[in-house]
Design a protein around this ligand. Structure first.
Ligand code: PRT
Ligand code: ZN
Length: 297
């Protein structure tokens, strides 16, 4: 009996990336029914099996081929590659940025630290969970500093006297502010990415190609809008030029009139009130902006 090929994907089992990873797969039409604490789940309507693991384990799962693909923060991927001891995690390619889990790995110092650029950190102690990325950054800048590795609660290190500065993930900056720290330099900007093992069997590659096409469609539809309006024929060029991120709109005749047409376009950028007012000032009317649910090029 031959078994149908299935694509294995590793995602975070709980935490900041979980909800959006699941949401993205569901938007791709992949149905998943996972009971709490279940670490493995087969989709019933698409040949995909999902493994739920700690984010730190995802790069190894993919490079070892346990899963062919994974969703992980780029910060974790690059750090694991920088510190891999059993040979680098080089059997991994990054396929696609996914647009969520955005954050930055930043240096921060106490407010009373007399900071004048990264060179101020020479001879100082920096606490971080990202030793590999930080060491690379300091080496590139020719700065010699001591790195202390902490697994969590890095922000309290300066207050306890354990370190002079920290290097940690920041999104809103609220945690730094609460701990009396100021962000000084961005070391690395991160978001979640889709990664893949570099060698994938052809039949599984076909499934991956289908998934990637759907993912691209979902990601594009998130940032795109469908715009419909009426335009005087004489103003068509002006109005077409004012449509944000749209190349070739569809022009449709309007019944009962020769001097006005309907314009329909997919705009690859946000459509703000300013843009709509500008279109109106150029002669457009009946302007409608609609969300797009799915796209397939
Ligand atoms: O259990 P597991 O090991 O899977 O999860 P984890 O606890 O290691 O990771 P988790 O769920 O906290 O984060 C997963 C990923 O989310 C990270 O690897 C990043 O790619 C991404 N991400 C995005 C963040 C943040 N934003 C973020 N703000 N990860 C952590 N933080 C923390 C940061 O460490 C700091 O403590 O949030 C705090 C700062 O937030 P602000 O908003 O106060 O600046
Ligand atoms: Zn983790």
């Amino acid at each position: 009996m031959s078994t149908e090929p299935r694509l294995q994907i590793a995602i975070q089992k709980s935490g900041r990336l979980y909800d959006e990873s699941i949401d993205l797969l569901k938007k791709c039409g992949i149905s998943l029914t996972r009971s709490k604490d279940q670490l493995f789940c087969k989709s019933g309507n698409f040949p995909v099996d999902v493994f739920f693991v700690r984010d730190d384990d995802i790069p190894a799962f993919v490079s070892e081929g346990v899963c062919q693909i994974g969703i992980v923060g780029e910060n974790v991927l690059i750090e694991k590659q920088a510190t891999a001891q059993d040979g680098p995690l080089d059997a991994i390619d990054t396929l696609l940025p996914l647009g969520f889990g955005k954050c930055r790995l930043s240096l921060a110092v106490p407010h009373d630290f007399d900071y004048d650029g990264p060179a101020s950190l020479a001879g100082k102690t920096i606490a971080t969970s990202y030793k590999g990325i930080l060491k690379q950054y300091l080496d590139d800048q020719g700065i010699k500093a001591k790195i202390v590795t902490m697994e969590g609660a890095v922000e309290i290190a300066p207050r306890t006297g354990l370190a002079d500065a920290i290097c940690d993930l920041v999104s809103t900056g609220a945690t730094l502010a609460t701990n009396g720290l100021k962000e000084t330099d961005i070391v690395f900007e991160s978001q979640s990415v889709l990664i893949q093992n570099t060698s994938i069997d052809a039949d599984i590659q076909d499934i991956l190609d289908r998934l990637v096409l759907r993912l691209k469609g979902v990601l594009r539809s998130r940032s795109s809008k469908y715009i419909m309006l009426h335009s005087p024929v004489s103003k068509l060029d002006d109005i077409r030029d004012a449509l944000p991120g749209s190349e070739s709109p569809t022009i449709v005749p309007l019944e009962g009139t020769d001097d006005r047409v309907a314009v329909h376009a997919v705009c690859d950028e946000a459509v703000f009130w300013d843009t709509m007012e500008d279109l109106k000032a150029k002669g457009a009317s009946a302007i409608l902006v609609l969300p797009i649910e799915k796209m397939l090029d």
